[in-house]
Write a protein that binds this ligand. Sequence first.
Ligand SMILES: Cc1ncc(COP(=O)(O)O)c(C=O)c1O
Length: 373
Amino acid sequence: MQIPNWPVYDHREVELLQEVLASGRWGGHSDFVKRLEAQFAAFTGCAHAVSAMNGTVTLEMALAAAGIGPGDEVIVPAISFVATAMAVSRVGATPVFVDIEPLSFNMDPQRVAAAITPRTKAIIAVHFGAAIADMDRLIPLAAEHGLALIEDAAHAQGSEWRGRRAGSLGLAGSFSFQNSKVMTAGEGGMLTTNDAAFAERAWSIMDQGRQPGGGWFHHYVAGSNYRITGWQAAVLLAQLERLPEQICRRTRNAAMLRAELADVPGLAFQAVPKQQNSNSWYLFLGRVDSPRAGCTRDEFHRALAAQGVPCTPFYPHTLYGNPLYRNGGCRVEPCPVAEACIVDAFWLPHRALLGDESTTREIAAAMRAAFTR
Ligand SMILES: Cc1ncc(COP(=O)(O)O)c(C=O)c1O
């Protein structure tokens, strides 16, 4: 099976990297970093974008710039990569884990509402796999309780909700450009916002507590050095140029896979809400209802792997199941859906959606065969 490798690059990355080389400014104050920030801000429809080393520190910067710290609670979904919760712990606040919805894999706004206390200061909504969390309900909920709504859009470069891009829907959007993401420089991150004062605070945290336009040796807050290099910015500029075409390809192939497998009993795919008009398809997610499917998720996963289809049998535990949180440092609300997904959910990486039509049909056939063995 000719499933494309990831990451991909062509002459464009090489050209831009050579320009950085010749520029003599290779570090975080390279013009390429400014160019990337301006282009990514425009791409997300935001007034400001602040780049940083990765999508974990951009979450930490967002929380710190929102004034969140010890004594505060931040509501996060029980299912995500650990960084979503770890960033909360790193700023000294307490993550509060809530359940996800059965098919969107995103935080359940009703469970979020039930978890709010006087200590709650923020909600981090993850757009899991690139499907946007229910912002129609989360935006008014956050506003009603005066909470900062931060989008963890690590997976969702280019996804749209009612025509607005991920990262422009809350106070801030946090993106990752780590190796597996839909645009990558190996590592990298970006924070987007429409709030100028928030952007300035985040920038200052990222760049040693300096002020934009201020002196090199003048430091105003306890920041750090989270800058990306010109090399990363050059690669990401090229990756951003290629992203819209890749989203079209993944969207076409995801639709084909879902149509080809629509009649398989016991196989359910991630629900994409009707308000979502674009999906960058970072993950192709599903759940296996084993009594109806006649096989377990693990049997399905093994059969797919044997046929050469890349597949991950979901996370091995919820976020609060990590040793880090098993002994406290968090609050855990009941999460029956998250617990069930650990046993029955799976995902295919986005490179499985980047092939041609015949590869997509081969993947569909392999998935069907894995169910009917
Ligand atoms: C949902 C989510 N948030 C945050 C991150 C952290 O990003 P990074 O690896 O760039 O630190 C990731 C990375 O996989 C992620 O999947």
